[in-house]
Write a protein that binds this ligand. Structure first.
Ligand code: THU
Length: 150
């Protein structure tokens, strides 16, 4: 069951990564969020010529879920990434969410009152890792500390 979910999310994240705007790093990232209703919300990295303004794929996906009124409904996340050559992302080493994205995902997790499954993969291949957000960001500070959510 969870293997099926992982594969579906990784596939959706890879599809999203095709739309990465990453002309500076040439590193394409895709994220796919599974919602309680079974729908999937995706995001991809969105870089900027003013480099520090760049947005990560996971953050874009979470903001997109929020814009759809579904911030509390995220149950699992698939994340993929790889260096682009010839406009296509390569590599099978799994990537894990950056620190900022872990904190952004924690906002959704605590607002929804549930831990998130996080499936991490590379741009190609069958290998993936399964994590819990609470393991990737232990002792998190979040909305619960401010008496909000969950
Ligand atoms: N990136 C993400 O989209 N998510 C992460 O968790 C790590 C990094 C993006 C940011 C930048 O566009 C590129 O990958 C290289 O750092």
């Amino acid at each position: 069951m969870s293997a099926e979910i992982a594969k579906t999310l990784i596939e959706a994240a890879r599809e999203a990564a095709r739309n990465a705007h990453a002309p500076y790093s040439n590193f394409a990232v895709g994220a796919a969020l599974l919602m309680t209703d079974g729908s999937i919300v995706t995001g991809t990295n969105f870089e900027n010529a003013s480099y520090g303004l760049s947005l990560c794929a996971e953050t874009v996906a979470a903001a997109r879920a929020n814009a759809e009124g579904k911030l509390r409904e995220i149950v699992a996340v698939g994340i993929v990434g790889g260096m682009m050559r010839g406009g296509i992302a390569h590599g099978s080493d799994p990537i894990r969410p950056c620190g900022r994205c872990r904190q952004v995902l924690n906002e959704a997790a605590q607002m929804g009152g549930r831990d998130l499954a996080v499936y991490c993969a590379g741009a190609e291949g069958d290998a993936y890792e399964t994590h819990r957000l609470s393991d990737l960001l232990p002792h998190a500070f979040g909305p619960a500390d401010l008496g909000i959510g969950g």
